[in-house]
Design a protein around this ligand. Structure first.
Ligand code: NAP
Length: 263
């Protein structure tokens, strides 16, 4: 199988490239391409599947550059979907950021409260309209140790290891997911029927409790403060489980990562 991976040097894309090995075809950066350019890449590589990880993925950057966010997070995925090749696209748990209640939220309960997540939700709807086979994976905040040669974006684990003072909410329900599980399950995810899926770990602890668990487990010299209210992002992952895709819960994912890196 030939799988074109966009964002192959990004946080998620680099791990997916590792996972797929010789089946993976790294896409060039799409940042300066128009629709014709995107189509030329797809025509030249003739993929059976496109895994689209490239995005403007930082909420603050999107707010500062709405046109850039629209290009990256809506137009480029729409152009990829229009090529007619089956696409698996990454979306985000931020589509639940304006939901009432503490969750867990099912796939139908979306209420995006920032530009990034509004664009991601528009992307989901438009790509599904173009090709009902499109698989949309709503990912949680993901973590890993730094990887050689790959830019190391801010993530829960590295922030906890590096920072002397950090704050998390004592009321916020959300999960964090080990990115190696995300990449490890990607072949199974590519076989899902078209639609949107909550794709990651679940977590019954608050973010403050999760951070305290990690601090105590690794005896980290970090001072954790209560950040006060943060909106909930807790996803119900029953739908992917019903398709045989199972992630560890957040604490078990952290335990796995601790073992993998001998932390
Ligand atoms: N990381 C997380 O915790 C997280 C959480 C929820 C959802 N997600 C979603 O998961 C996917 C992968 O996230 P990630 O953390 O791997 O992202 P990332 O590392 O921030 O970016 C991935 C790639 O996107 C491309 N890119 C950056 N800016 C762009 C722009 N303006 N236009 C087009 N492409 C651009 C870059 O590839 P090139 O250099 O090849 O252009 C970059 O390597 C994204 O869809 C993101 O929204 C991530």
């Amino acid at each position: 199988m030939r799988i074109l991976v966009t964002g192959p040097r990004g946080f998620v894309g680099a791990r997916i490239m590792d996972e797929l090995g010789q089946e993976a075809i790294p896409a060039p950066s799409l940042q300066s391409f128009d629709e014709e350019g995107v189509r030329r890449i797809v025509d030249a590589t003739q993929p059976d599947l496109i895994i689209h990880t490239a995005a403007m993925s930082d909420i603050g950057t999107c707010e500062q550059n709405p046109e850039g966010s629209y290009r990256a997070n809506v137009e480029i995925p729409v152009w990829l979907a229009r090529t007619g090749v089956k696409c698996l696209m990454f979306s985000t748990d931020q589509v639940y950021s304006g939901c009432a209640g503490e969750g867990p939220y099912t796939e139908e309960e979306t209420a995006p409260s920032n530009l990034y997540s509004r664009h991601k939700l528009e992307m989901e709807q438009r790509t599904l309209d173009i090709n009902p086979d499109t698989v949309l994976l709503r990912a949680t905040w993901m973590y890993d140790m730094p990887r050689y040669g790959v830019p190391n974006r801010s993530n829960f684990l590295v922030n906890m290891l590096r920072q002397a003072d950090i704050s998390f909410s004592s009321t916020q329900h959300r999960a964090v997911t080990y990115v190696r599980e995300v990449s490890g399950l990607i072949r199974q995810a590519s076989l899902l029927p078209g639609g949107a899926y909550n794709y990651g770990s679940e977590n019954t602890l608050t973010m403050l409790e999760t951070a305290e668990w990690l601090k105590n487990t690794l005896a980290l010299p970090v001072n954790i403060q209560d950040a006060g209210y943060r909106h909930h992002l807790w996803m119900d992952c029953s739908r992917i489980k019903s398709h045989g895709i199972h992630f560890c819960n957040t604490i078990d994912g952290l335990k796995k990562c601790i073992v993998d890196y001998s932390l």
